[in-house]
Design a protein around this ligand. Structure first.
Ligand code: GLN
Length: 246
């Protein structure tokens, strides 16, 4: 087995070491003897996404999201939407997650028309939503409790029938109001969690890998790895955030 990971806009969407998620995806495949190939698609790179098994898009500031719009609307948008409709697995973080929705109106009044791959939109707020946070993934995403770090001005609102990735246990998530975090649409996993997210949350990493592998090869269950160090770190953070909330 082999997965081909396509990293979209690594040059502009890579806040807080988001590319560390790719290292984690790669290692967890290699440790199980599964092949992995990573291709980068920076601004202006052209090149088709044909043959992709998993798309990764990191986060970026408003400025960077605006800077990539021309390139996005030169055909990359239609290509990503078609891939998502076709069931391709996608992990998108913060600014990248916002980019898959309909639009983002920044706090200072700039409107970014995005992909509309799933029905949600984002509006910038005055106060940034910052901090370590906790959410519980929905059943279809493995149900694990995720420790994350968020830093966004955008408030995201999901359209009717669009499921979140999880429910917020502590922190803000999509908008600080409705208790939702991220999006789970077709095989898209969208989240506000930087971090990088996956090394701290191996169960979620494996849920994403299984989604991508199952689409390519039919039902795949990954063999377990020794995640005791990751689990200990996650438990400590979970305990700390739960105690802070009281
Ligand atoms: N620019 C977006 C916001 O502030 C995304 C930020 C990010 O990716 N951290 O909402």
């Amino acid at each position: 087995m082999e997965l081909h990971i396509c990293h979209i806009y690594p040059d502009v969407l890579n806040l807080y070491g988001d590319r560390g998620n790719i290292l984690c995806l790669r290692r967890r495949l290699e440790w199980r003897g599964i092949g992995v190939r990573v291709t980068e698609y920076p601004i202006g790179s052209g090149g088709s996404l044909n043959g992709a098994d998993l798309i990764f898009i990191g986060g970026g500031q408003d400025f960077e999201q605006e800077a990539l719009l021309d390139d996005l609307h030169r055909g990359r948008d239609a290509e990503i939407c078609a891939a998502i409709d076709d069931g391709l697995a996608v992990l998108a973080i913060c600014g990248g997650y916002q980019m898959l929705g309909n639009s983002y109106e920044t706090h200072d009044g700039h409107r970014c028309d995005f992909l509309g791959a799933a029905d949600y939109y984002t509006v910038g707020g005055e106060k940034r939503l910052i901090g370590n946070y906790l959410f519980r993934c929905g059943e279809q995403s493995g149900g694990s409790v995720v420790v994350g770090f968020e830093n966004h001005s955008g408030r995201t609102f999901l359209g009717p029938g669009v499921q979140p990735l999880g429910e917020v246990l502590s922190g803000y998530g999509n908008n600080g109001r409705d208790g939702t975090e991220g999006v789970r649409w077709k095989n898209v996993f969208g989240t506000y969690s930087h971090g990088p997210l996956l090394p701290k949350n191996p169960e979620l990493c494996d849920a994403i890998l299984e989604t991508a592998l199952t689409r390519k090869y039919g039902a795949v269950m990954l063999e377990p790895l020794d995640d005791s160090a990751e689990e200990q770190a996650r438990r400590e953070m979970t305990d700390r955030l739960t105690a802070e909330k009281k």
